[in-house]
Each structure stands twice: as structure tokens, then as C-alpha cells.
Design a protein around this ligand. Structure first.
Ligand SMILES: Cc1cc2nc3c(=O)[nH]c(=O)nc-3n(C[C@H](O)[C@H](O)[C@H](O)COP(=O)(O)OP(=O)(O)OC[C@H]3O[C@@H](n4cnc5c(N)ncnc54)[C@H](O)[C@@H]3O)c2cc1C
Length: 472
């Protein structure tokens, strides 16, 4: 990731003159925002304040018909397109310089069937909206930890969060999807219809089409669960991290234990363990007892809470518009030497920086690696340093800190990376995200998008097909 965007830059043609914009406005029901409109400056922004791009136009689709029309319009004029839902991609892949942004953020219908325990959700919902609608029926499915993130980008890349160890990834709980292909056809994909396309979109990201509706499997969750953070002082972080590794590696599926090295605004460094028990509160009290009894934490905020509040508890750390950089890799364990590296690197972290360990494994690990494109199922943690700042003058130093920490942790990594945590890191890293599934994805890219119309993403470039041995 860089501040200016993906390496493979296609400026595309602008739908620049008034007649093009007027034509697009005739074709769609939703709003079209062009550079001379008052709304343009706000419409071109995404979550990461590092990204500053100027699309030729932004079309806010009102429904699947608008998505079809926008795709056909862009194809007819050979426009570069970006597809945007929640706008949270770290590298800003959902906005382009020139070309057309196809935005789904106003498509927010959701129907929950409490009998079948399913939800049909349009692609513009964010996680908070989805969780609120499903929790109205005491149901939920795996979504990530920041309410403002889009369900679309998250699900298409995999999707893990506090329910993942119990119920699998978001993409593991996808029953079907409606998807607009590069040819502008609206298809229904499931295990029995366009099954190859259905396989590809459960982890393969935005490479294969624009999903307009997702159908998910839901589970009874909460609404009240035992959850919250325990903070240990930095001076005792080494022992606390060793305890954490032992406890997290033996945790039942019901227990999610994300952790972080964090710096408070006053500059105090802490090791924070964020626990969430997906089950009855009394059972959670028993399971979490050793964690709460360990050491001398400076704070223990674990208490019964509503699931929707747990899901948005970290939102204040990631407001829209600040500058962000991160670089992720998976770990199978947090060994003593890895802990030493993390603590040494974090000791010199600029204020506001985070080192995040997102706890995966459990049910995620029991799905065979080739069942979906998401291949990194043997990991226990997604480990990533996060730089957060406001002053563009600090860009280079903030990015360097995160990259240096990532480099230092490289010997402990599985070599894999979560596609949704990739920025502009090159084709090798996209292959690392898909491992043995990459050749199959390449074959499907050749089938469904041979012209690489959907290219602003963790791009699987169409081309000669590879044997498994050469791809990894
Ligand atoms: C603060 C924060 C917290 C996060 N926490 C988690 C977490 O807990 N768990 C987790 O798994 N991930 C997490 N992520 C990563 C997240 O999954 C990705 O950033 C994801 O891309 C966000 O989806 P979006 O719709 O908001 O993004 P956008 O930027 O809108 O889209 C990203 C890409 O997804 C594709 N895309 C989006 N919508 C569609 C669509 N409808 N059809 C086809 N392609 C589409 C496009 O290629 C687009 O470039 C987090 C990200 C942030 C910024």
C-alpha cells in the first residue's frame, strides 16, 4: 500500500464531457456525482485518509439493475472501474483516478428469516447495520470487528471476527449471492448454480464480478455475551504474552481472544487481551477465570455486554479520514523469540501505533483449504502492525515503522497473508494469499473476466494457466 494507490495504475478514460455523464444519469436510478458537483469531494473519499484520488464520476447504484447498467456503460467506453461498498480497503482499491466508481453503499436492504435462520443482505450494508438487523432476531453470523466496514469487501475476501472460531468465516456461511459479471449479466450463484463462480467469490475478492446481494446462514448469538479487555502494563508484557499464547492456543471454539500492544494517548504502553465468549455467561465466567486470575492487570473490563456493542467496541480507534498503514501476515503460534521481536519493535513505536493479533483457528481451521479460495486456515493469529497518524509529513516514518516490524516478524510467519489486509504489495503477495488455490482462481478469472475488467482489487491477472506446483 502506498499513499497514492495500486502499482498497476490505469488512468482509464474519464467519462469527462457532459454528454457522457448525462447519458449515465439517464441509464441509472441512483445518483451520479461528477467532478463539478458540490458532492464530489465527499463522494471521492474512502476510509483511509492516505488515499486522495479523483474519479471521472461516482455512480451510487440504487439496485442490481443500476449495477448492470453501470458495468455495461463502463464496458462500452473502456472505462477503468473501481467497486466500492464500505470503502475500508487499506490500499484504497475502491476508488480510482479517472474512470468510474461503482458504489453500492446505498443498497442497504436486508431480510432476515428467523425460521430458516438466513439473511438476504444487499452489498451496501456495513457490519453494524447487518449485526443490528440480525440481532433483532437474536441471530448473527461471523462479521469483522469494526462496525463501519462493508459486509461486501469483508465477505468476498474471507471475513473473520469474534464468531469465526465458533462458526467459521463469513464466506463459509455464504449460501448464495447475486452477482453482476464483467459482461453485465446478473447471475445467481450457489452450490448448485454457477458453482465455480460461487466457489471463487468465497475468498477470491472482487475479481469475478460485483455482488449485489449476499445470502448468509445465521446462528443464535447472545444477545448478551461475556466480553471485554484486560490490560497488562508494558513492563510485564513479556510474561503476559507467554500466558496469552498458552491460553489462546488451548481456547475452546467459543472463546475469541484478540490481543494488541497499544499506546494510550498519554503514552502508556499496554498489552491488551480482548476476550469474547460465544455462549452462556456463566459458562464464560468459568472459561475466563484463569485469564482474569493471571498476573496483576491494570484494568479488567470483562463484563456481560450486548453483542452489537461488543462488535463496535473498537470503532473509536479507527475513525474515517485519519492516515493508516498496515502490513499483515499469519502466525501459527506466538513463540518466545517472536514475543521478543514484537516487544523490541514496539518499544520504539510512534505514539498511536498498534500491534494487533487477531485470533483465528477453531472452526475456521477445520474447513479443508481447497473448499474455498481462503487458504490460510492453519494459522492461529493474523499479526499486523498498524500505524495511525494525521500529519502527511510523518508518512515515511510511520510506514517504515510498520514495514520494519513486519520484516522482523517474517521468520515466524506461515508465509501466508489475508487478502483483505493486503495493500499494494505486488503479485507475489496475492499468490501468497491464495497458495494452492491460486491456479484454480486463475482459471476462473480467465473464464469470467478474461479482459481483467475487475482489476482494482487483490488482482488475479488473467493469463496462461499454472500447474499447482508452479503457482505457489
Ligand atoms: C478498521 C478496519 C477493521 C477491519 N476489521 C476486519 C475484521 O475484523 N475482519 C476482517 O475479516 N476484515 C477486517 N478488515 C478488513 C476488511 O475486510 C477489508 O478492508 C474489506 O475490503 C472491507 O470491505 P469494504 O466493503 O468496506 O471495502 P471497499 O474498500 O469498499 O472494497 C474493497 C474491495 O472489495 C471489493 N468489493 C467491495 N464490494 C464489492 C462488491 N459488492 N462486489 C464485488 N467486489 C466488491 C472491491 O475489489 C474493492 O476494491 C478491517 C478493515 C478496517 C479498515
Amino acid at each position: 500500500m502506498s499513499g497514492t494507490g495500486f502499482a498497476e495504475r490505469h488512468t482509464g478514460e474519464l467519462p469527462s464531457h457532459a454528454s457522457d455523464v448525462a447519458k449515465l444519469r439517464q441509464l441509472v436510478r441512483g445518483e451520479v456525482v461528477a467532478p463539478d458537483d458540490v458532492a464530489y469531494d465527499q463522494a471521492r473519499w474512502v476510509w483511509n485518509g492516505m488515499i486522495d484520488r479523483y474519479p471521472g464520476a461516482i455512480v451510487y447504484c440504487a439496485g442490481a439493475d443500476d449495477v448492470v447498467a453501470a458495468v455495461k456503460f463502463a464496458r462500452s467506453r473502456s472505462l477503468l472501474i473501481a467497486v466500492r461498498a464500505g470503502g475500508h480497503n487499506i490500499g484504497g482499491a475502491s476508488v480510482c483516478d479517472g474512470g468510474l466508481v461503482i458504489d453500492l453503499s446505498r443498497m442497504k436492504q436486508i431480510e432476515v428469516d428467523p425460521i430458516k435462520r438466513t439473511a438476504r443482505a444487499q452489498a451496501g450494508l456495513n457490519l453494524g447495520e447487518f449485526d443490528t438487523a440480525t440481532q433483532a432476531h437474536g441471530l448473527a453470523t461471523t462479521m469483522g470487528v469494526n462496525a463501519d466496514t462493508g459486509i461486501a469487501g469483508l465477505t468476498l475476501g474471507g471475513g473473520f471476527g469474534k464468531l469465526g472460531r465458533k462458526y467459521g468465516l463469513s464466506c463459509d456461511n455464504l449460501i448464495s449471492a447475486e452477482i453482476v459479471t464483467a459482461e453485465g449479466r446478473l447471475l445467481h450463484a450457489s452450490a448448485s448454480e454457477h458453482a465455480d463462480l460461487f466457489w471463487a467469490i468465497r475468498g477470491g475478492g472482487g475479481n469475478f464480478g460485483i455482488v449485489t446481494t449476499f445470502e448468509y446462514r445465521l446462528f443464535p448469538v447472545g444477545p448478551r455475551l461475556l466480553a471485554g479487555s484486560i490490560l497488562h502494563p508494558f513492563e510485564r508484557a513479556r510474561e503476559a504474552m507467554r500466558f496469552y499464547q498458552a491460553f489462546a492456543s488451548r481456547a475452546p471454539d467459543e472463546l475469541s481472544l484478540d490481543a494488541a500492544l497499544a499506546t494510550s494517548p498519554s503514552g502508556e504502553r499496554v498489552f491488551s487481551i480482548s476476550a469474547c465468549y460465544i455462549g452462556p455467561i456463566e459458562e464464560g465466567e468459568r472459561v475466563l477465570e484463569p485469564l482474569r486470575a493471571y498476573g496483576a492487570p491494570v484494568q479488567d473490563q470483562i463484563t456481560p455486554r450486548d453483542y452489537v456493542d461488543i462488535q463496535s467496541a473498537g470503532d473509536a480507534n479507527f475513525p474515517r479520514g485519519r492516515r493508516y498503514y498496515w502490513k499483515a501476515q499469519f502466525l501459527r503460534e506466538l513463540s518466545d523469540p517472536a514475543i521478543d521481536v514484537l516487544l523490541d519493535s514496539y518499544a520504539s513505536a510512534p505514539s498511536g501505533s498498534l500491534l494487533v493479533l487477531q485470533h483465528v483457528g477453531g472452526a475456521i481451521a477445520r474447513v479443508p483449504a481447497t473448499d474455498t479460495p481462503y487458504v490460510n486456515r492453519d494459522a492461529l493469529y493474523d499479526c499486523f502492525p498498524i500505524s495511525i497518524w494525521d500529519d502527511p509529513e510523518e508518512d515515511a516514518s510511520r510506514i517504515r515503522w510498520a514495514r520494519d516490524l513486519w520484516d522482523a516478524m517474517r521468520p515466524f510467519s506461515t508465509g501466508g497473508v489475508y487478502a483483505n489486509n493486503l495493500g499494494e504489495e505486488g503479485a507475489d503477495r496475492v499468490e501468497a494469499a491464495y497458495g494452492e488455490n491460486y491456479p484454480r482462481l486463475l482459471g476462473l478469472k480467465n473464464k469470467y473476466d478474461p479482459a481483467n475488467f475487475f482489476r482494482l482489487n487483490q488482482n488475479i491477472k488473467p493469463g496462461p494457466e499454472l500447474s499447482r506446483a508452479t503457482a505457489v
